[in-house]
Design a protein around this ligand. Sequence first.
Ligand code: ARG
Length: 462
Amino acid sequence: MAQLWGGRFTGETDRMAYEFNASIGFDKRLFHQDIQGSIAHVTMLARQGILTEEEKDSILRGLADIREAVDNGGMEIDESCEDIHSFVEAALIQRIGEAGKKMHTGRSRNDQVALDMRLYTREQVKETDALLKELLQVILTVMEENVETYMPGFTHLQKAQPTTLAHHYGAYFEMFKRDRQRMEDIYRRMNYCPLGAGALAGTTYPLDREYTASLMEFAGPTLNSMDSVSDRDYLIEYLAALSTIMMHLSRFCEEIIIWNSNEYQFVEIDDAYSTGSSIMPQKKNPDIAELVRGKTGRVYGALTALLTTMKGIPLAYNKDMQEDKELSFDAMDTVRDCLTLFTGMLGTMKFRKERMAASAMNGFTNATDAADYLVGKGVPFRDAHGIIGRLVLYCVEKGTSIDRLSLEELQTISDKFEEDIYDAVSLKTCVEKRLTLGAPGPEVMRKVIAEHKKYLMDAEFK
Ligand code: ARG
C-alpha cells in the first residue's frame, strides 16, 4: 500500500525500518475514532467553504461505507499500511477517487492521532467508571447484609479490635469511590479537542475549531497547538489512576487470599473463580485473586514507561510518542478484565460467619474495651492499660481468654472488676459501642450505608 509521504524520497525505506516505524499492528484499534474524527473534520471543512458540499457528501459516504465494510467483515484493515490514518485515507481514495485526496486538508497526522487517542481514552475512562460502579454495588450489597457479622480487625496482621464485615468492606467502598472520582476529574480535564492544531503551528485554512470540537462533544478546542500535539498528560493521569485501582484491587485480593487459606477459612471463593492442581487433588486455589494481584505490576509498568518516554521529548511531536499506545492499551485491557473478574468473584464469595466471629472472640480483640471498662470505673487509662496487659499475660499463660475468667480471678488482678465486665467485653458490646462516625457500630454503619446507596443511585460521574 502506498505511503502518504513518498514525494520527497528517492530511495526505498529499509524493510525492517518500515516495520519498526509502522504502528498499524496496534493503532488499528483506533479505526472508529479515526473515522469519527475525519467525519467531524470534513463536515467543518465544508461548512467553512474549504470543501464543496459534493466533496463533503462523497467523503462522508465513503467513510461510512468503509466503516460498515470493516465492521461487517467485508473489508480487512490492510496491515501493510503504515498506520490506521494511512489505511483510512488510502481506502477512501480507492473508493471515491479525487475527492478523497482532499480529506486531509488543514490536518496533520499529529493532531489526528492526538484526537484519536483522546477519543479512545475518553471512552475508556467512562467504561472504567461504569465497572467501578458495578463493583461498588456488589460491595454495598455485602455491607447491607453484614452489619452484624463480627470479625477481627487487624493491625500488623495481628488481631487488634473487633469489627464487622460491613465495616471492613466499607473501607474498600471508600477507595473505589475515590477511584471513580478520579475518572470524573480526568474526564473533565482531558475533554478538549486537539484537532486543528495541525502539525504543530495550526494552519492557514480558516478552520472553525469550536465547531469541530462541538461535533465530537468536547467541552471546547485546546488553546495551544504545540501542546495539543505533544500532550500526553491525560494518559499519564489515567494510567496513574488505573495503577491506583490496581493497588486497591491487589490489597483486596491479598486479603481474600489470606481469608481463603486453610488457616483462616473466613471465606470460600466460588468454584467459578478457583482452579485446581495437576498433582494435589485436594487443592482449590485462588488463582484469579492472585493474578489480579500479579497484574498490578504491568499496569504500574505502563505508567512508569510512559512517564519515562515523555520526559526527554522536546516540543512538539516526536515519534517517541507513538510508544504511548501499546502499553496504554495493555493497561486499559488489563484493568477492565481485572475489575470485571474481581467483581464476579466478590459477588459469589461465601462467608463463614461463625469462623469469623470465633476468630474475633479469641486473640484478645476486646482488650481495649476491657481497659475502657476500668476507665469507666474511675481508673486512669494508662493504669487500666497496664492492668489489662497483666490480665492478658495471665490468660496467655493459662491458655484462656478474658471473658472465660471467673470474677474471683479477675479481682485478683483488680478489685474494680464487677459482674458487668462480661457484658462489657462481649463481642456484641465491643462492636455496638463503637459509634463514632466511620466506626463499625451498627447504628452509625447503617447511616453510612444509606449515604452510599444515595450516591450509587445518581447518574455517571458523581
Ligand atoms: N503513528 C503515529 C503515532 O502514533 C501517528 C502520527 C505520525 N506523525 C508523524 N509525523 N509521523 O504517533
